[in-house]
Design a protein around this ligand. Structure first.
Ligand code: ZN
Length: 497
């Protein structure tokens, strides 16, 4: 029988790259999502967060009372300062303490990432979950929704939190995972379910998209195991986040089972099987990324044989969603040098160029210096004589979760050398064709579409793409992990050893 809960909801979400040229501050969260408990519409705003859609729907059906706490989310970038992390963490803890002082809290549910770093903190999620546990005591169910690019840590698991990661990359399944987490926390709050976690590090790192085999089938296997193996409540496969340099950076498998000897035995066996199966997939499951010249050769060949639909080329190393600046010019320069035309390219993060082109206005022609501004990993700026196609003060694109949108800020489309380039002001990876169509550029009509994204673009572009080519261009997220200056990464780990 369902029973309404008083459910605390909060979030502190950041994917931190140790190698990003961009530091992270409280302001970075203001530029993203920063909802304080004291805000007049706090509950309505938190309930509207795309990652919480499943949780909120399940809570509404059960008649839960939602108790809002801090909800903060920033675009991936470098580590936070100690003071800024502690400020956000302590605000979230104070919000929880305030609710506890007003009445019983039946369960706590947090949205976290799993790869958040701050000065002095290798494991912000472990630190936060341990502190929440201290506050609520051992018996109040505590759960966290995680990104599968989580570097799972002993502190996170030892907090006794029910940890549920998304299974899909692109992360299109937060709604389903949220429903599952809510159901487990509800059953625990009613005293009908006790869970025990088992986990294992899988010594591998990589980018493992789930839209195609063999990861597609592996996700199905995970879901089947949750249904078929008695006593198993939830299975999460963490891919790890290779650009976050910590003592627990790695892939991992986590199995939550009922707290009985039989279920524990089944969980141990399943954990072993899934860990081995995941490790076996490592090479085949990794994105097939070509060095930029070879990727463009392949794209041009595919353009010649395509049926009119565009070839989509992913500039994987300059993905703002992994902490890159999003203003690299390596692909643009190569396209211009080769004279490849009929191209849409987006988005280059360049607020200054946006402001200059906006002042000139749609229809204007002007010399414009584009991109290459943040640092060496962005390459050099490109100087072009451009035609301004369109200007928007407030462009947006659909995010991965249905109904959600992300701000792109003031944005422009400019044309030079047969290439339509979208420049924007709020650093953001390409999720959806909206980032082009908002500016009057129709990617489906082009021969080549270049997107700055590693994998998430596939949910929005697969339907129009003749084929997808992954370019391992130079940049912050270049895939040769052997060239990253790791200090803490545990070895051995595939593919480095
Ligand atoms: Zn992720």
């Amino acid at each position: 029988m369902s029973k309404p809960m008083r459910l605390f909801l909060g979030g502190l979400v950041h994917e931190t790259s140790s190698f990003s040229p961009l530091p992270t501050s409280v302001q970075s969260f203001r530029d993203g999502v920063l909802i304080h408990r004291s805000a007049s519409q706090a509950l309505r705003q938190i309930a509207a967060q795309p990652n919480l859609v499943g949780v909120v729907a399940a809570a509404a059906r059960q008649g839960d009372t939602l108790l809002p706490g801090l909800y903060a989310e920033a675009q991936p970038s470098g580590p936070l300062s100690r003071a800024d992390y502690e400020q956000l963490r302590d605000e979230l803890l104070a919000d929880l303490r305030a609710h506890i002082s007003l009445g019983p809290v039946d369960a706590v549910l947090l949205v976290l990432h799993g790869a958040m770093l701050a000065e002095g903190y290798h494991d912000c999620e472990g630190d936060l979950l341990q502190r929440v546990r201290e506050l609520v005591g051992p018996r109040v169910p505590l759960g966290a929704l995680l990104d599968l690019h989580c570097n799972l840590s002993p502190a996170m698991v030892e907090s006794g939190a029910v940890l549920v990661a998304c299974k899909e990359y692109p992360h299109i399944d937060y709604a389903a995972r949220g429903e599952e987490l809510h159901a487990m926390l509800s059953a625990m709050a009613r005293g009908e379910l006790a869970l025990k976690a088992q986990w294992r590090r899988v010594p591998m790192l990589g980018i493992f998209g789930t839209t195609q085999p063999p990861m597609r089938d592996f996700v199905r296997l995970l879901q089947a195991s949750e249904q078929a193996v008695p006593g198993i409540a939830s299975v999460s496969v963490l891919h790890g986040f290779p650009w976050s340099d910590t003592p627990h950076t790695s892939a991992a498998v986590l199995v939550l089972a009922q707290d009985t000897p039989a279920a524990a035995k089944a969980a141990t066996q399943l954990l072993g099987e899934l860990s081995e199966a995941f490790y076996e997939l490592r090479d085949r499951a990794s994105a097939h990324r070509l060095p930029l010249p070879a990727a463009l050769d392949e794209a041009v060949a595919a353009m010649q044989s395509s049926d009119g639909r565009p070839v989509v080329l992913a500039d994987t190393a300059d993905n703002a969603g992994g902490g890159a600046a999003g203003d690299s010019t390596f692909v643009l320069r190569e396209l211009l040098e080769r004279g490849i035309r009929d191209v849409a390219l987006g988005m280059i993060w360049d607020p200054q160029a946006v402001a200059i082109a906006t002042s000139a206005g749609a229809g204007a022609r002007l010399p414009l210096r584009i991109g290459g501004k943040v640092g060496p990993m962005s390459g050099d700026p490109v100087d072009l004589d451009v035609e301004v196609l369109a200007c928007r003060p407030d462009a947006r694109q659909r995010s991965l979760t249905p109904g959600g949108t992300d701000a792109l800020g003031p944005a422009v489309a400019v044309r030079a050398g047969g290439i339509d380039i979208v420049l924007n002001s709020v650093r953001q990876q390409v999720f959806s064709p909206d980032c082009f169509t908002e500016l009057g550029v129709t990617p489906g009509d082009k021969r080549l579409v270049v997107v700055k994204s590693t994998q998430h673009f596939r949910s929005g572009f697969d339907a129009m793409a003749a084929t997808v080519v992954y370019a391992d261009s130079p940049g912050s997220l270049q895939s040769d992990l052997g060239r990253l200056p790791y200090k803490h990464l545990p070895r051995p780990v595939w593919p480095l050893d």
